[in-house]
Design a protein around this ligand. Sequence first.
Ligand SMILES: Cc1cc2nc3c(=O)[nH]c(=O)nc-3n(C[C@H](O)[C@H](O)[C@H](O)COP(=O)(O)O)c2cc1C
Length: 342
Amino acid sequence: MKNVLDHMKLPIIQGGMGVGISLGNLAGHVAREGGMGVIAAAAIGFREPDFYQHPLEAGERAMKKEVEKAKEIAQGNGLVAINIMTASNDYEAMARAAAKSGCDAIISGAGLPLSLPDYVPEDGPMIAPIVSSGRAAKIIMKDWLRHHNRVPDFLVVEGSEAGGHLGFKPEELKNHTAKTLEENVKDVLKEAGDIPVFAAGGVFDKNDVKKMLDLGAAGVQVGTRFALSVEGDATQGFKDVLLNATEDDVLIITSPVGMPGRAIITPLIETVESGDRVPPTRCIRCIRICNPATTKYCISNALIKAYYGNYEEGLFFTGSNVGRINKMLTVKEIMDELNPNA
Ligand SMILES: Cc1cc2nc3c(=O)[nH]c(=O)nc-3n(C[C@H](O)[C@H](O)[C@H](O)COP(=O)(O)O)c2cc1C
């Protein structure tokens, strides 16, 4: 088995953040500092000129470019991974493309990535599921062992304070009754055996990192802080919306992906949460379960608008600790603040 930690100077993964928030620049700089930088595959081709005509080809092309860029920036340090959401319609094609992209690992959540080992050969990149409970870890590991004779190279446990889509019931999130990250990490560690486990969701500084290491985690995954780094791939408009947000601007929403998510309250969110619809104008069939005739809004379109900083029409995913971040730091400064040994 490959040991992910052999290639990391610091046990820190920068979480994949879809639709342009984590691409080759951010991932490359995190890797250069000795962590694992993650390029998100969700709508990765959105800046290619033929995105709406050929979303898959545009995505594969963009993925290749972003991995090359990240590797060049990393200069042989750390690791570069790709994050692919299980819920996406092009999951198989993107996973196969990622396997050949030259990345070091493929990380997959937003559903159970049961078929991932089918698409990634054993001598290819490392493969890792994102789970939100010990139960999900158990199901995936049992399935991979039975059908593919494989175990994950590492696991990411994403708790209820994370940004993006969340593997919890909306009521648990709204009423703060979901298990804590500590409890979930302990549950996953019981299933994981020797497999390294990384804890995600609300990890802010080295004290949080130490807490997770003391529990037995191999490291952490951090999203929102890196989204707002100088090297973060989003536009300044996106970053400003999050930098100006307080705790009170954050809401648990229901996403067209069929899962709850954590996002900034924007005019779009107010409209759809009050029951109104913003019918899609163009559809690239990005999400398996999304029906364009009935969906409340187009999630790809809303995330693209957010990337460009469009406060009115954008969907701005965020972690719960966004209110604590009001200044952009460099990736190196963030890594230093997270370094448990410094
Ligand atoms: C803007 C944004 C976009 C995200 N997009 C994805 C995604 O495409 N796929 C995914 O697995 N997780 C996604 N996440 C979750 C992060 O990878 C990470 O696990 C999470 O944000 C960790 O919590 P933190 O933000 O409190 O550090 C996203 C998070 C944010 C803030």
